[in-house]
Design a protein around this ligand. Structure first.
Ligand code: NAD
Length: 246
């Protein structure tokens, strides 16, 4: 078992990539706290995965909910070994039409809340003299595409945040890495992926010849969260079928 007795927090753990990480982490011996807005999706996940997963409903953009997530984890398990900052939203619109609120919501959810949760978890990792943080970023943090400026910026900032953590806390036994997925089949992309013509066009950008599945990202996340990657920190890992290599 690659994560035996490790305690992990996974935000957005009730669906998509986060749920896939939660499944895999539990299979590898971890106890996982999943956090997300929709109580019913979290409860479905607990029913499916079983006793080693604990659901904490909440909104990552609310300070009170972040505090409650960390407090519940510590009160239940006494420590936190792994934090997967996965919760995120995708927003799209031409830059000159973007509302203040669209910009603020993307940055708040995808970046500022990651800062706040990480800040709340770090004192426990410092006390433990070990910890492992994985950020689910995006290829759109590495390259830009039109009509997604707020998302591009939030994920680009997240990559740099991950590096900042790596250099600031490496000597304290805490690692930080970011994964940049390409197009992955989840609820976030469901509508887009139903557009067969568009998908035909986009598939040309994926040398490997397919789009990704949540499990593709979860496997990379498991590697970064486990001791197999003990010399890896500050890395930005594309999991994108070769999209960013083109
Ligand atoms: N699907 C893709 O193609 C793709 C590609 C690159 C990166 N990503 C990133 O992967 C991560 C997971 O996305 P996914 O594809 O699994 O989609 P998803 O919509 O299934 O998952 C996003 C999760 O984040 C949660 N979330 C969003 N806002 C929240 C908030 N304010 N408070 C608490 N939880 C909140 C949602 O409830 C959901 O569980 C996101 O950060 C996304 O940006 C996805």
């Amino acid at each position: 078992m690659r994560l035996e007795n490790k305690i992990a927090i996974i935000t957005g753990g009730g669906t998509g990539i986060g749920l896939s990480c939660a499944r895999l982490f539990c299979q590898e011996g971890a106890k996982v706290v999943i956090f997300g807005r929709r109580k019913n999706r979290l409860e479905d996940a607990v029913r499916e995965i079983g006793e080693h997963v604990l659901a904490v409903p909440g909104d990552i953009t609310r300070n009170e909910d972040i505090r409650r997530l960390v407090e519940t984890t510590i009160n239940t398990y006494g420590r936190v070994d792994i934090l997967v900052n996965n919760a995120g939203i995708f927003t799209g619109s031409p830059l000159h039409e973007m509302k203040d609120n669209d910009w603020d919501t993307a940055l708040d959810t995808n970046m500022t809340s990651v800062f706040k949760l990480t800040r709340a978890v770090l004192p426990h990792m410092i006390r433990q003299k070990s910890g492992n943080i994985v950020h689910i970023s995006s290829i759109l943090g590495l390259v830009a595409v039109p009509n997604t400026a707020a998302y591009n910026v939030s994920k680009g900032a997240l990559n740099q945040f991950s590096r900042s953590l790596a250099v600031e806390y490496g000597s304290l036994g805490i690692r930080s890495n970011a994964i940049c997925p390409g197009l992955i089949a989840t609820e976030m992309t469901e509508e887009l992926m139903n557009d067969k013509d568009l998908m035909q066009e986009w598939s040309k950008n994926y040398p490997i010849g397919r789009f990704g599945q949540p499990e593709d990202v979860a496997q990379a996340c498991l590697f970064l969260a486990s001791e197999e990657s003990s010399f890896v920190t500050g890395a930005i890992l594309p999991v994108d079928g070769g999209y960013t290599a083109l």
